[in-house]
Ligand binder design. Structure first.
Ligand code: GAL
Ligand code: ZN
Length: 670
């Protein structure tokens, strides 16, 4: 079911959205007219305005200055450019922190963080909340019904964590709500350990810096609370906007696999999902990593189109050494987002700043002006996006689900584990890569997702799992699904208490296998393994002492103490199949395992053969082929097809130059 508001509210009559953050307050008004002319020439149809304009809109407490914004929205509206209007609450003016220092965030050492940068607010500060909401209400009242207003952009990249007294009080209230009374808290936190028992709520604090390892459940609950506290603030702003402009969709920009915020709980609170994504030009895994993040955004939106709110046309300024993008990369990255479900392709930012901390960050219009190679690329890209109008609103069908969970990530991120080298997001990428390389579409889903529509479900790691989610994975297999589970899964319950008995306790029946010891291994000593049909491979970092309780051992460790014990097992359970992987196989072996699991599931990629470096994905009517490699790629294609980008016809095969993209719509098929 399509909700009333969403990307379709914006793309109707506009096609794909193209634009960026626009910060006119950094420029004299004479520049604004040039901006708007250049935007039109570049095919810009949406800009985000006002993200950092609190001090301009409210120059002193309670004052209002909307005149300049009236003129900006007027200019944009007259030019037919839609506005994604931001609530300016991500960066309060100095007067807020100066007069009300309690609005400033406090770090885990108890030190206040000051103004002078941005994001300096406490999510639980009543003063911040009151001031922010008052301005948001006035902003919404002023621009409700404005013809340029198309979308609300609440705050910016929420992620603040605070340990102040207001935050501690809010944490206690959150805990009281979760556990009822102190007995409940003491039980959940396991406070008989190290004499941590609380005898009064007033003793309960946020996990401030402490002499040694902090209570793991306290840490986990603080992460849950911190995500919820920001969500509460977001919702307060959103509710004011919805009450005043019920027909304008609301979003806030996410940051991909961003640890502090549980986006599964946030996404349903938005009308559309938007994300900021800055692939590192120096990262050889960036194309797959980016695809994974895009698939996560599609998953967060329940499969519906989403929006790339920010990307960079060229180099960013916040890495230590900022590589530019090779020519062609700008459009390749943007079209990759389209291929994976984005209907909006926006940048940070429209015009490069002259001053401030981001003056060396690339923009759509560089310091050197419009007469530049970069701006020509921006214009060309804006123009070609018009040709992809038939893609807007379409979906990316997937039969494979990849499970990601924030609570489990948080819990595994804590110190005091057998190893700190099992990073759930690394595991997510390792299991994702072979699927991506084969052109198998993947939905990223939470552990609580309805799984029956998927032929294959991959769980690279679920260290923390609830009884209900374990039961759902089990039922999924019994009913005919194929499941792959990675190591160190099913270890703790939602309180981060160890599930005793042979592991993974809640999954061992469906896996037909169980273990008794986790055995990290030295990084410089890969573990030799062998498939039961002969080929050898290496694993690393982590092994488990596991036995079959009915599963077929399909690969085993071959040397050292674990020699002869299974490394990979496959179990027929009910009408389905469950795989357990008791180590971190090298990437080729993971590809082999993926091929076998896909065969069990009867899933194939969109093409029989995808050359290395090429990404192949079907969205709506079109097959997207993107060459991320540095060499020409020769790709066999199934049908005679029209390339929507060029209007040319392709048949049999297509050759893609490095960074080239084809968007093929089949011809002659019913
Ligand atoms: C984002 C942020 C933008 C800008 C950009 C630079 O994190 O939302 O305001 O700072 O990064 O890459
Ligand atoms: Zn605080």
């Amino acid at each position: 079911m399509t909700p009333r508001l969403g990307m379709h509210t914006l793309t109707a009559g506009r096609g794909l959205l193209f634009g960026g953050d626009y910060n006119p307050e950094q420029w004299p008004e004479s520049v604004w007219t040039e901006d708007v002319e250049l935007m039109r020439a570049a095919g810009v149809n949406l800009v985000t305005v006002g993200v950092f304009s609190w001090a301009r809109l409210e120059p002193e407490p309670g004052a209002r200055d909307f005149g300049w914004l009236d003129r900006v929205l007027g200019l944009l509206g007259d030019a037919g450019i839609a506005v994604d209007l931001a609530t300016p609450t991500a960066s309060p003016p100095p007067w807020l922190g100066h007069r009300w220092p309690e609005t400033l965030p406090v770090d885990e050492s108890g030190h206040r963080l000051w103004y002078g940068a941005r994001n300096q607010f406490c999510p639980s500060s009543p003063v911040y909340r009151e001031r922010a909401l008052a301005l948001v209400a006035d902003l919404a009242d002023r621009y409700a019904g404005h013809p340029a207003l198309a979308l609300w952009h609440v705050g910016n990249e929420y992620g603040q964590i605070c340990h102040c007294d207001d935050s501690a009080a809010a944490f206690r209230a959150w805990l009281q709500n979760r556990y009822g009374d102190l007995d409940g808290l003491n039980e959940a936190w396991g406070t008989t350990f190290w004499s941590q028992r609380y005898s009064d709520w007033a003793e309960v604090i946020t996990p401030r810096r402490a002499p040694y390892l902090i209570n793991p459940t306290q840490l986990l609950d603080f992460r849950r609370f911190s995500s919820d506290a920001l969500l509460a603030h977001y919702r307060a702003e959103r509710d004011l906007l919805r009450a005043r402009t019920p027909d304008t969709p609301v979003t806030t920009n996410f940051m991909g696999l961003f640890k502090p915020i549980d986006y599964w709980s946030w996404a349903p609170e938005e009308d559309l999902v938007s994300n900021d994504h800055y692939p590192d030009p120096a990262d050889p895994l960036a194309p797959a990593r980016t695809a994974l993040v895009h698939d996560l955004m599609r998953g967060l939106g329940g499969g519906r189109p989403w929006m790339l709110m920010e990307q960079a046309t060229a180099a960013v300024n916040w890495r230590p050494h900022n590589l530019p993008k090779p020519s062609g990369q700008l459009r390749l990255e943007s079209l990759q987002a389209v291929a994976r479900g984005a209907d909006g392709l926006c940048y940070f930012q429209w015009r490069a700043s002259r001053f401030g901390a981001e003056r060396f960050h690339a923009a759509m219009l560089p310091h050197a002006g419009p007469d530049t190679r970069l701006h020509a690329d921006v214009r060309a890209h804006g123009a070609e996006l018009r040709r992809l109008a038939p893609i807007a609103g379409t979906t990316v069908p997937a039969r494979v689900a990849l499970v990601h969970d924030w609570a489990s990530w948080w819990a595994l991120d804590e110190r005091g584990q057998p190893s700190d080298r099992l990073d759930p997001t690394d595991q997510l990428l390792s299991y994702y890569r072979p699927l991506w390389e084969r052109g198998v579409a993947v939905d990223v889903v939470p552990p609580s997702a309805e799984l029956s529509a998927y032929a294959l479900v991959v769980v690279p790691n679920l260290y923390l799992i609830s009884d209900a989610d374990a039961a759902s994975l089990t039922a999924y297999v019994r009913a005919g699904g194929v499941l792959v589970v990675g190591p160190y899964s099913g270890v703790v319950d939602p309180r981060a208490h160890v599930r005793t008995g042979r592991f993974p306790a809640p999954l061992r029946e469906v896996l037909g296998a169980s273990g008794e010891e986790w055995r990290p291994v030295p990084e410089d000593r890969p573990v030799p393994c062998r498939w039961s049909d002969g080929a050898a491979f290496a694993a690393r970092t982590w092994t488990e002492l596991v036995r079959s309780d009915g599963a077929e051992p399909v690969a085993a460790f071959t040397e050292g103490e674990p020699a002869g014990h299974p490394a990979v097992l496959r179990h027929r359970s009910g009408r389905g199949v469950a795989w357990y992987v008791a180590t971190l196989p090298e990437q080729d072996a993971l590809a082999e395992l993926t091929a076998r699991a896909l065969a069990d599931a009867g899933v194939t990629g969109v093409l029989p053969d995808v050359p290395p470096g090429v990404e192949a994905v079907r969205r709506g009517p079109a097959l997207f082929l993107l060459n991320h490699g540095d060499d020409d790629a020769d790709v066999p294609i199934p049908h005679r097809a029209e390339d929507l980008l060029t209007g040319t016809t392709a048949e049999g095969r297509i050759t893609l130059a490095p960074r080239a993209v084809a968007v093929l719509r089949p011809l002659d098929t019913p």
